[in-house]
Ligand binder design. Structure first.
Ligand code: AP5
Ligand code: MG
Length: 226
């Protein structure tokens, strides 16, 4: 909430491919607060092909994290934008303990406190299949899956009617293995950190997309009545 006790400020966390982006997009459409994905922000910067973009691209393509100071600066500026005044859904941030510590400090300077950190729990065996089957609309970014989330009409985006799709370069078996190693070593320690602060809410993410979304709705209704 912000200093007037309003708004919803939450974090989606969990292993790569657990469904953070999928659930954040569903929630954003329901409650009309922005979805801030640091992965998407970084991919947009990488696509510019600037020296900084190329540096970011090499890190992402190898399944490694970008430096904390770079991501923190980028996120702080994004939170200051007008559309975040009623809250936001953070997806993929914080991803290290230093990022978690800086987040609280940064938000407190802006008069904001986090309402909840939602961990979507999915075992590694399921993750690989989810990531290797993932693709997205080139025009609007809507996410799909070869098996679990097909468009209603083959080859046509449900959201915008686009017919061009792409797969992420880091969505290959070797890079996913490295992303999982980095998740365990660098991101997982943020889970007990938020638990100690009473902010952690865990959701079983092994069911369907719709079932997981319902669990998140139930949990948020308890966290903060809308
Ligand atoms: P990022 O883009 O955040 O990647 P990630 O954490 O690896 O997570 P993903 O986007 O792969 O998975 P997701 O949980 O969003 O799953 P999704 O909903 O798509 O980051 C990419 C890179 O950027 C990082 O590796 C790092 O280099 C860098 N980076 C980003 N943030 C950073 C930070 N803070 N600090 C430093 N570096 C940073 O779902 C996956 C698939 O499964 C989809 O196809 C979907 O349709 C399907 N699916 C989802 N839910 C279900 C379900 N319940 N049942 C069946 N299928 C499902
Ligand atoms: Mg994502």
């Amino acid at each position: 909430m912000n200093k007037n006790g309003l708004g919803l400020h939450i974090v989606f966390t969990g292993a790569p491919g657990c469904g953070k982006g999928t659930q954040a997009r569903i929630l954003k459409d329901k409650i009309a607060i922005p979805h801030l994905s640091t992965g998407e922000m970084l991919r947009a910067e990488a696509a510019k092909g600037t020296p900084l973009g190329l540096e970011i691209k090499a890190l992402i393509d190898g399944g490694n994290l970008v430096p904390d100071d770079m991501i923190i600066k980028m996120l702080s500026a994004r939170i200051d934008e007008d559309d975040c005044k009623n809250g936001f859904i953070l997806d993929g941030f914080p991803r290290t303990l230093p990022q978690a510590e800086v987040l609280e400090e940064m938000l407190s300077k802006k008069g904001i406190t986090l309402d909840a950190v939602i961990e979507i729990q999915v075992p590694d065996e399921i993750i690989m299949e989810r990531i290797l089957g993932r693709y997205a609309c080139m025009t609007c970014g809507a996410g799909y899956h070869d098996k679990f989330q097909k468009p209603k009409v083959y080859g046509v985006c449900d959201k915008c009617g686009g017919t061009d799709f792409y797969r992420r370069i880091d969505d290959n078996r070797a890079t996913v293995q490295n992303r999982l190693v980095n998740y365990r070593a660098l991101t997982y320690p943020t889970i007990p950190y938020f638990d100690k602060k009473g902010l952690l809410r865990c959701v079983d993410g092994t069911g369907t997309i719709e079932a997981t979304a319902r669990k998140i709705d139930d949990l948020l209704a308890v966290t903060k009545p809308q």
